[in-house]
Ligand binder design. Structure first.
Ligand code: PAF
Length: 294
């Protein structure tokens, strides 16, 4: 049984694609025990109705997928982990950086893995889940005890039919995703536009170059392989084009009045810069502008 903590878009995508009967959502204290129902629209093929039960107190999962928002993760795990044996591996799916390290630092003896995924999923209605684009999920260990579980967890997640591969360089993968999120998400939230519409926006054109200068320096600060501002801009713009019709997760959060993950994306980069006495004015400006939206 694979347990999923966090019934948002990513949690529902894994729940809908893993073999039926082998997956359950983990209830949080205030949650009703009624099963979750939703319409699932795969990338191709007809929609189908999905019903996912909640994990009962008697069941011990083989793996825990943690698909909560970055800012909720520590509190959600603090409620759930006391009842979960220390040997159960958990996979952190959070966007950005910072929350994964908080979890690994809080429970260093648990087998903890992180996932960097490019799967696209969204929920236009609470009872609907659209798999908007097929991607790849890379899995790597964050704690020493996580290493021994990586390949077994990869095999278990492959039974979803989604593309899952092991990664020796998970921090590198998380950084690559962070760069793309830092260059797309705040702009789409501030400008209230689709990813593809960014490229024509004067505000994006004004700030993307200075932002990429900061991102390039911060990669170096973090000990990541060097990438020029131009390379970073090309990648950000290529992803914006490839996902032109998408509403970014940050814009979706703002539109729904939910807290955003800005503190773990551009906000994380501002904190990293501060630690080495570097200034990151563009990341700071974007962080403030997004925080002001809700
Ligand atoms: O956060 C998101 O929405 C996605 O990671 C991305 C790549 C910006 C596409 O919408």
């Amino acid at each position: 049984m694979i347990a999923i903590l966090g019934a948002g878009s990513m949690g529902r995508l894994w729940a809908a694609t893993l073999p039926a009967g082998q997956v359950a959502f983990v209830p949080r204290p205030a949650q009703s025990p009624a099963p979750e129902h939703y319409d699932f629209s795969p990338v191709s093929g007809p929609s189908r109705n999905i019903t996912i039960p909640w994990l009962s107190a008697r069941q011990t999962p083989t793996t825990l997928l943690v698909t909560t928002k970055a800012g909720d993760t520590l509190a959600a795990l603090s409620c759930v982990l006391p009842a979960l044996p220390e040997s159960v591996p958990m996979v952190l799916f959070q966007n950005g950086l910072g929350s994964q390290q908080q979890v690994a630092d809080t429970w260093p003896n648990r087998p903890i893995l992180a996932a960097a995924t490019t799967e696209g999923a969204n929920r236009p209605r609470p009872d609907q889940l659209i798999h908007a684009g097929a991607g790849t999920t890379r899995l790597g260990a964050l704690t020493d005890t996580g290493k021994a579980h990586r390949d077994t967890v990869v095999e278990a997640l492959k039974s979803s039919g989604l593309t899952v591969i092991p990664a020796d360089d998970i921090m590198h993968r998380l950084w690559q995703k962070l760069i793309v999120n830092a260059g797309i998400n705040p702009f789409t939230a501030i400008l209230d536009c689709l990813n593809g519409e960014l490229l024509q926006q004067p505000f994006f054109q004004q700030w993307i170059e200075p932002l990429c200068n900061e991102l390039s320096q911060l990669l170096e600060v973090a000990g990541q392989p060097a990438q020029s501002p131009r390379q970073l801009r090309e990648r950000i713009e290529a992803v914006a084009r490839a996902t032109a019709g998408n509403t970014s997760s940050m814009r979706a959060d703002v539109l729904a009045g939910r807290a955003t993950e800005i503190a773990y994306i551009n906000g994380y980069l501002v904190r990293l810069a501060e630690r080495v006495d570097m200034d990151a004015p563009v990341n700071r400006m974007l962080t403030h502008r997004v925080k002001d939206l809700i």
